[in-house]
Design a protein around this ligand. Structure first.
Ligand code: HEC
Length: 154
C-alpha cells in the first residue's frame, strides 16, 4: 500500500510539474486538476470506460457474494473480471501501449491483487478466516483509487 500511495503521489506531483497552471477549472471552489492526461484513441477510450464501469459492478457483485457466503462465486467474479484472467478479455495489452509506466504498474497491481483476493477468498471457505481476503480486496480497490488520483483520459 505504501508503494501504491507513493506512486500515486509521485504521479500527481509530476503531472503538476508538466502542467503549470493546472487544468481549466470553472467555479472558485474547484481544486486544480493535477491528474496526468493520457491520450487514448477514441474507440479504446470508450471501451476502457465501459470496462471501468464493469470493474465497479464486479466489486459490488463480489461484496454481494461475500455477504451471501458464496465465496467461490466471489472468487470467480474477481478472477474473471478483475484478475489476471481478465487481461486478455479486455484488450489490456493493446491499451497498455498508450499508458505511461506508472499507470501500467497500477493496472498490474490491481490485476495481481484481484487474483490474490480470488485465491484468499476461496481458501477462506476452508480456514474460516476472511481477513486475508479482505486485505487483498482492499489492495485491489487501493489500486483503483491510486490510478484515478493520478491519471485521466483526454
Ligand atoms: C491503471 C489505471 C486505472 C485503474 C487500476 C482503474 N481505473 Fe477506473 N479509470 C481510469 C481512468 C484513467 C478513468 C477515466 C477518468 C477520467 O478521464 O476522468 C477511469 C474511470 C473509471 C470509471 C468511470 C467510467 C465512466 O464511464 O466514465 C469508473 C466507474 C472506474 N474507473 C472504476 C474503476 C474501478 C472500480 C477500478 C478498480 C477495480 C478501477 N476503475 C481501476 C483508470 C484506472
Amino acid at each position: 500500500m505504501r508503494t501504491l500511495t507513493a506512486l500515486a503521489i509521485a504521479a500527481v506531483l509530476s503531472a503538476g510539474c508538466a502542467q503549470p497552471g493546472g487544468g481549466h477549472q470553472h467555479g472558485a471552489a474547484a481544486a486544480p486538476d493535477a491528474r496526468q492526461p493520457v491520450a487514448f484513441p477514441d474507440e479504446m477510450r470508450q471501451h476502457t470506460l465501459a470496462n471501468m464501469r464493469d470493474h465497479l459492478l464486479a466489486l459490488a457483485q463480489i461484496q454481494e457474494a461475500m455477504a451471501a457466503g458464496a465465496h467461490e462465486r466471489a472468487a470467480q467474479v474477481a478472477e474473471q473480471r478483475l484478475g489476471m484472467s481478465s487481461l486478455q478479455a479486455h484488450g489490456a495489452h493493446e491499451a497498455s501501449r498508450h499508458m505511461p509506466q506508472g499507470m501500467q504498474d497500477l493496472g498490474t497491481s490491481m490485476h495481481r491483487h484481484a487474483s490474490r483476493f480470488a485465491l484468499e477468498v476461496a481458501n477462506s471457505a476452508a480456514t474460516g478466516k476472511l481477513e486475508p481476503a479482505l486485505a487483498a480486496l482492499a489492495r485491489t480497490t487501493q489500486a483503483c483509487v491510486a490510478c484515478h488520483a493520478a491519471y485521466r483520459l483526454k
